[in-house]
Design a binder for this molecule. Structure first.
Ligand SMILES: CCCCCCCCCCCCCCCC(=O)SCCNC(=O)CCNC(=O)[C@H](O)C(C)(C)COP(=O)(O)OP(=O)(O)OC[C@H]1O[C@@H](n2cnc3c(N)ncnc32)[C@H](O)[C@@H]1OP(=O)(O)O
Ligand SMILES: NC(=O)C1=CN([C@@H]2O[C@H](COP(=O)(O)OP(=O)(O)OC[C@H]3O[C@@H](n4cnc5c(N)ncnc54)[C@H](OP(=O)(O)O)[C@@H]3O)[C@@H](O)[C@H]2O)C=CC1
Length: 515
C-alpha cells in the first residue's frame, strides 16, 4: 500500500479554498486514496444564493466525485463544512467550530486566495496576507497539528528571472502593509498601489509574495511547507483527463479562441508556457504534507511545481495544438472560425485588435441593432481585450525555476507512492494533454454535448462561406471606389480585363484546333 495514502488514514484535515479549482481536486484525491481518513473540515462561505450544505452537496454530486463515491460511499459523513469568511476577524467562525478545529486538526492545506489580477490591494492583502496570518495563529494553537502546507504561486517572485526554492524578502514588511490597510483611505491605497507593487505585475503576485513572508515570520515551531505551482491547468490523468471547471489561466482564452472571439494574441511564440496540471499539483501537495509531518525538516521548505525546466512547452506549440483540436472537435455556435495570430509587435497588436477584434464586434452589434436585438459583442470584446492585457506579462516572458526540493521529494517516495502520487512532469505528453484539456473545456466547463459536433462543423463551414463572401464583397466595393477615383486603377483594371479576355480567346482557339 502507498505510504502517503496510509499516512492520511485516520487524520483530521483542514482545507481552506476547498470550493475552488484546486481545493476540489485535493479533496477528491484525499477521499479516493485515503477513504479511511477521519474527517475533512472545509471552511466555506455561502455564495450565489447557495447555503454551505447546498455547495457541498453540489460538489459531492459532481462528475469529479463519481469515483470517490465508489471507494468511499459515506463521503458525506466525512466532510464537515464550517461557516467561515476569511475576510472577517477570526473568520467569523462560531466558538464551537473554532474549538473543534483547534483541538482536532492534524494537517492544514491552505489553498484559499483571491487569484484575480486586478483585485484592489486592500482586498488582496486581506485574503492573501492577513487571512494567512490568522490561519497561522490558529495553527499555533492546534496541539495535534503535524503539518501546515501553504499554497503559493511560482509567480510570487516573477520580477526575478531565475527563482530558487527560497522565500525572498519583500521591500516593505507585510505587517506594515497590513497595518496601513487598516487606516488608509481606499482612494489613497489605489494611488500608492503601483508604487508599492513596484516591478510586480499585479496585486495578486505581490500579495502572494507578502503571504510567503508572513509564513516565514509567523511559522514559530510549526512544521510548514510552501508549494508554488505555475499556471494550473486541467487534470492530466486523475480522476480522469481534462477536468476543469473555471475560466482562470489559459481556460478562458482557449474558449475565446474556440468560439472565434480571440483571433490575435500578443505572445512570444517561443516563450515557455509553464502550465502544470492540477492533479500534478495536488499529488505534490499531498506528498509535501506527508514529508513535512514525518520528516519534520528544520526550516520551511519551498517546492516548485513547474514544468518548464523538466519538460518545456512553448506558447506556439500550445496554440497550434489548441487550434488543431478545434478542427476536430469544434465548440458550438462559434462567432468566427478558430484562428489565432501570434505577434510580439505593438503596432501589429493594435492592428489585429482593430481589424480582428473590434471591427467584427462593431459590425455584429450593428446587425443585432438592425434586427431589433440588444448589442453585446463590443462589450464582450472589450472584456476579452482587458483579460488579454492582464495575461500579456505571463505569455511574453520565460522563467527558470529551480526544483531541487521537488526532485529530492520525488527520490524520497517509494515506487508505489511515485505511481499513486505522481508529480513527475517529464512523463507528460503535451500534445495529448492539450487535446484532452480542450475536450475537457467543451465537456465539463461548457457542458456541450459531443453529439453536437457534426452540427458545429456545419456551422463552421457556413462561417467560412460567409467569410469568403464578405471578403469578396469588400474587395469589389473597395476596387469600385478606387476605379471611380484613380486613372491608374482604371488602367490596371482594363489591362487585367483585356489580358483575361485574350487568354480565354487563345485557350478557346487552341482547344478548337485540337478537335
Ligand atoms: C489559440 C489560443 C491559445 C491561448 C492560450 C493563451 C493562454 C494564456 C494564459 C496565461 C495565463 C497566465 C496566468 C499566470 C499566473 C497564474 O496562474 S494566476 C492564477 C490564475 N488567475 C487568473 O487567471 C485570474 C485572471 N482573471 C482576472 O484577473 C479577472 O477575471 C479579469 C481577467 C481581470 C477580468 O476581470 P473583469 O473584467 O472584472 O471580469 P470578471 O468579473 O472576473 O468576469 C466577468 C465575466 O468574464 C468571465 N471571465 C472571467 N475571466 C475570464 C477569462 N480569463 N476569459 C474569459 N472570460 C472570463 C466571467 O465568467 C464573467 O462572466 P459573466 O459571469 O459575466 O457571464
Ligand atoms: N489557478 C492557478 O492557475 C493558480 C493558483 N495558485 C494558487 O492555488 C490556490 C488555489 O487556487 P484556485 O483553486 O485556482 O483558486 P480559486 O479561485 O478556484 O479558489 C479560491 C478559493 O478560495 C476561497 N475563498 C476566497 N475568498 C474567500 C473568503 N473570503 N472566505 C472563504 N473562502 C474564500 C474560494 O471560495 P468561494 O468558492 O466561496 O469563492 C475558493 O474556494 C491559491 O492559493 C492560488 O494562489 C497558484 C498558481 C496558479
Amino acid at each position: 500500500m502507498s505510504t502517503i495514502a496510509a499516512f492520511y488514514g485516520g487524520k483530521s484535515i483542514l482545507i481552506t479554498g476547498a470550493t475552488g479549482f484546486m481545493g476540489k481536486v485535493l479533496m477528491e484525491k484525499l477521499f479516493r486514496t485515503s477513504p479511511d481518513l477521519k474527517v475533512i473540515y472545509i471552511l466555506v462561505r455561502p455564495k450565489a444564493g447557495q447555503t454551505l450544505q447546498q455547495r457541498v452537496f453540489q460538489i459531492l454530486n459532481s462528475k469529479l466525485f463519481e469515483k470517490v463515491k465508489e471507494v468511499c460511499p459515506n463521503v458525506h459523513e466525512k466532510i464537515r463544512a464550517i461557516y467561515a469568511d476569511l475576510n472577517q476577524n477570526d473568520f467569523a467562525m462560531s466558538e464551537e467550530d473554532m474549538q473543534e478545529l483547534l483541538s482536532c486538526t492534524n494537517i492544514v492545506f491552505h489553498c484559499a486566495a483571491t487569484v484575480r489580477f486586478d483585485d484592489p490591494l486592500r482586498h488582496a492583502v486581506q485574503l492573501n496576507v492577513t487571512a494567512t496570518q490568522q490561519l497561522l495563529l490558529m495553527a499555533s494553537q492546534m496541539p495535534k497539528l503535524e503539518a501546515f502546507v501553504h499554497i503559493s504561486t511560482a509567480f510570487s517572485n516573477c520580477n526575478l528571472k531565475h527563482i530558487d526554492e527560497v522565500i525572498y524578502p519583500c521591500p516593505v514588511e507585510p505587517k506594515k502593509i497590513i497595518d496601513s490597510m487598516e487606516w488608509l483611505d481606499d482612494s489613497i491605497i489605489d494611488e500608492i498601489t503601483p508604487k508599492l507593487i513596484g516591478d510586480q505585475p499585479n496585486t495578486y503576485t505581490y500579495t502572494k509574495a507578502l503571504g510567503e513572508m508572513v509564513v516565514q515570520q509567523e511559522s514559530g515551531n510549526l512544521n510548514i511547507a510552501i508549494v508554488r505551482p505555475s499556471i494550473v491547468g486541467a487534470t492530466w490523468q486523475e480522476p480522469f483527463p481534462g477536468w476543469v471547471d473555471n475560466l482562470n489561466g489559459p481556460s478562458g482564452l482557449i474558449i475565446a479562441a474556440g468560439k472565434g472571439f480571440l483571433r490575435a494574441i500578443r505572445a512570444t511564440p517561443m516563450a515557455v508556457a509553464d502550465l502544470i496540471p492540477v492533479d500534478t499539483v495536488v499529488n505534490l501537495t499531498l506528498a509535501v504534507g506527508w514529508y513535512t509531518a514525518v520528516h519534520r525538516p528544520k526550516s520551511t521548505l519551498v517546492y516548485h511545481c513547474t514544468s518548464g525546466n523538466l519538460n518545456p512547452c512553448n506558447w506556439l506549440k500550445m496554440g497550434l495544438q489548441v487550434l488543431a483540436t478545434f478542427e476536430k472537435i469544434p465548440l458550438e455556435r462559434a462567432f468566427r472560425r478558430p484562428y489565432a495570430n501570434f505577434t510580439t509587435n505593438n503596432f501589429m497588436t493594435q492592428y489585429w485588435n482593430a481589424v480582428s477584434h473590434r471591427a467584427p464586434a462593431i459590425i455584429y452589434d450593428f446587425y443585432l441593432r438592425l434586427t431589433g436585438r440588444k448589442p453585446r459583442m463590443t462589450k464582450l470584446m472589450n472584456r476579452l481585450l482587458k483579460t488579454l492585457s492582464m495575461m500579456e506579462y505571463f505569455i511574453n516572458r520565460s522563467w527558470e525555476w529551480s526544483t531541487y526540493n521537488t526532485e529530492m521529494l520525488m527520490s524520497e517516495l517509494s515506487p508505489e507512492d511515485q505511481r499513486v502520487f505522481n508529480f513527475d512532469v517529464r512523463q507528460l505528453n503535451w500534445l495529448e494533454y492539450i487535446e484532452n484539456y480542450v475536450l475537457g473545456i467543451k465537456k465539463y466547463l461548457l457542458k456541450e454535448d459531443m453529439a453536437g459536433i457534426p452540427e458545429a462543423k456545419q456551422h463552421l463551414k457556413r462561417l467560412r462561406n460567409i467569410h469568403y463572401l464578405f471578403n469578396t464583397a469588400l474587395f469589389l466595393i473597395a476596387w469600385r471606389l478606387l476605379i471611380a477615383r484613380s486613372q491608374m486603377a482604371r488602367n490596371v483594371w482594363f489591362f487585367i480585363v483585356s489580358f483575361c479576355y485574350k487568354f480565354l480567346s487563345y485557350f478557346r482557339a487552341s482547344s478548337t484546333l485540337k478537335v
